[in-house]
Design a protein around this ligand. Sequence first.
Ligand code: H79
Length: 462
Amino acid sequence: MRWSTPESHSPSLAPKKVGIVFLIIALAWPAGAGHAFPQPAGNSAATADIGTEARRWFEDAKFGLFIHWGVYSLLGKGEWVMDHDKLPCREYAKLPPRFNPTRFDALAWVKLAKSAGARYITITTKHYDGFCMFASRLTAYDIIDATPYHADPLKALADACHQEKIKLFFYYSLLDWHHPDYFPLGKTGASAGRDAQGDWKRYVAFYQGQVRELCTNYGAIDGFWFDGWWDRPEALWDLAGTYRLIHELQPGAMVGNNHHVDPFPGEDFQMFEQDLPGENAAGFNKVGASAKLPLETCLTINRSWGYNSRDTAYKSALEIIHALLGAAGRGANLLLNVGPRPDGTIGPEFSGRLQEVGKWLATYGDSVYGTRRGPIPPQLWGVSTAKGSSEHPEQIYLHVFKPREGTSIVFDSRFSWTPYLFGKPTPLQMRQTKGSLVLDLPSEARLPIDTIITLSPKVIGR
Ligand code: H79
């Protein structure tokens, strides 16, 4: 799936016109010896094989809200503005004194996430600019010391998440364009105007000290989302030590690192940026999906992570739901991003779409939450998800959201297939053709966003 061409500026869920009278769904499954279903390549049985409780929870959650918020939001040009506009540290340092998000309301953010149907929030604690949006004793370049706000929004957010029982992940940038010990420089940050010196080991101690702060000052944390490693892949980051520290201090926390290479030991999930696992539409997700780890796709609603006042290329709620389904059908969560404004509010362009997604999930969420990638690999018409496990599904959901005519098919005749429209009591008719069972989906049964067909496979003899 490509997300690079969001045409719609409208949050409307108005049905796309599809001139289709009926749909034939093709399911060709070879008889698997000893398995109810063949074992496709890819991320199979992440939970069944190695799953901890946290990993199982994560795979069940399916939908998270990503929040990119920092002093860069003042400029309204995204979170890379320091590097893109070649702002040296001394210029960029003029931002924190202007950053005073008096309208920030942690509970409102949490309630928005919940109304969207998100089960977790992942928020930037420090991005590449090095500015810390949390209270850090290890630097004065933080929201307490360097801004007139003088308060820790992440503490407020953690408290609100605990109160509202939604999970919280911390995004932390390993890359740092500001810290004097981030030296030698990597692929980026050359225009920060820093002295060409620094003690790398001291930088590692600094960032690990900050990870310790994040692990100790906010109660239970559910995960870490690292980024920026790719800036210096050759450097000694002591990731093993960092992951050990997190797993010791926060035993329930999932660790992931957006390094764009195969997962390292100690990582609990693998993420794909602006991409479905294994598709590399973004160009830098060259590695395949882990066969063992839970997966996550992160996606912007417009084209920016941090607040960008001129980026109006918003995806519609329909596109977002299809992205969520595309991810779920590949066994991945969707981590959907918003970029709050400098005053601490999340704009209606984001919140409106989130609420529409939440409305859809409130009705159809059973076919998404708690599912695994279904036994049928992604098709032109959509995807499948499954309750139980991918290999031994108790319930299968066919999500028909891009219907095509004339796809053809074989249902495995060792099973009894009774298809229902999601939530409807009357079974859909099947036609027996030579060696196949064919399902016709009447056009009046089609729903504008996603027509869901449930199947409960029952063995009828052997
Ligand atoms: O936080 C958001 C972005 O700021 C950050 N990750 C998300 C979650 C991000 N950093 N970089 N990118 C997104 C785009 C990827 C760029 C890369 Fe490269 C391609 C990294 C390595 C190859 C650009 C080109 C930077 C170095 C060379």
